[in-house]
Ligand binder design. Sequence first.
Ligand code: F6P
Length: 362
Amino acid sequence: MSETKRGRVGILTAGGDCSGLNAVIASAVKYGMSVGYDFIGFEKGFEGVLSPMMYRTLDARAVRGISHLGGTVLYSTNRGRFGGKKGVGDGNQIPTDILEMAKNNLQELGVESLIVIGGDGSLSAALQLAEYGFRVIGVPKTIDNDLAATDQTFGFSTALGVAVDAMDRVHTTASSHHRVLFVEVMGRHTGWIALKAGLAGGADAILVPEFPFEVEDFVEFLRERKESGSNSAIVSVAEGAIVAGKKSYEIAGSSEVKFGGVTTRIMQLVEAIAPGEFEMRATVVGHMQRGGSPNARDRNLARAYGVGAIDALLNGEDRVMVSLRDQKIRTVPIRDAVSTLKAVRSDTLEYQVARKLGVFIH
Ligand code: F6P
């Protein structure tokens, strides 16, 4: 424990949970305490900072034995009064009275800076608080791995493992029954999980948001497979895939877009063009991808981010997000980090490999 007192730091986890959040919290607290910070953990994302506040002290005891656990001991939410994005990626201005309440509440508790562990929506919200005059350090979190400012977000690797396992498991039913088996995975704007899990899991078609497709071409592909003697097919589908020019989602609240239903739509469209030709079934992997213990890669990345956030504080930084670049932790302005998504492109290695292997990916 350090003799130097450096001040009080708040930590919160916002947006959808993913594996590795607790490892970030534990590492930030452990390292931070050793250099003289003390910590308050706010519960349920930014809601815990707003009145009535929900918070607790985080010390060595509070974070002991949590790094290997999934979820977040601080709880989270992807809705509420502090929504930084609305609809599909549109910015949302947080009202001044809410920003004022957050700033006053933090100051009343003696909190001098806030570590926000979140995806682009939560980091956009954090940036607004920072621009309102409160010091913020961001830690990137999303299983979708779609933030351009970092090589990888924690939770992605674990999610990928779950998705590959799902692909592996449906192969047997697909081949035993001569069926087309769809495996729908997460990825609202980008198809990183669908692409990487699809390639690893031997999918015959990979449908991602970045490469919209027409159902006629897909049916053609399935027919050709059948004619060449392949009676089954595995299809890896990102929830945000665009078929016939449309994504499948619903606006479930003022700041929330709920994805789902794309596979059902694809199956209906296939059936309309080719009635009775293909026996199709769908598996939606869903929140299993976000749950459970983080794998070794995600734990270590999360630990590195936790330590990196404290180093950013020690370096006097503000409005930055810790990021992984070429196996090193750096910081980037949050503004840059939330403005660009990392999308699958035609020069992405796995995309090119999939194409050369004859996988349907447009
Ligand atoms: O943003 C991460 C993500 O995993 C998306 O891929 C998915 O659409 C979303 O979370 C689902 O969130 P929830 O069901 O918790 O609202």
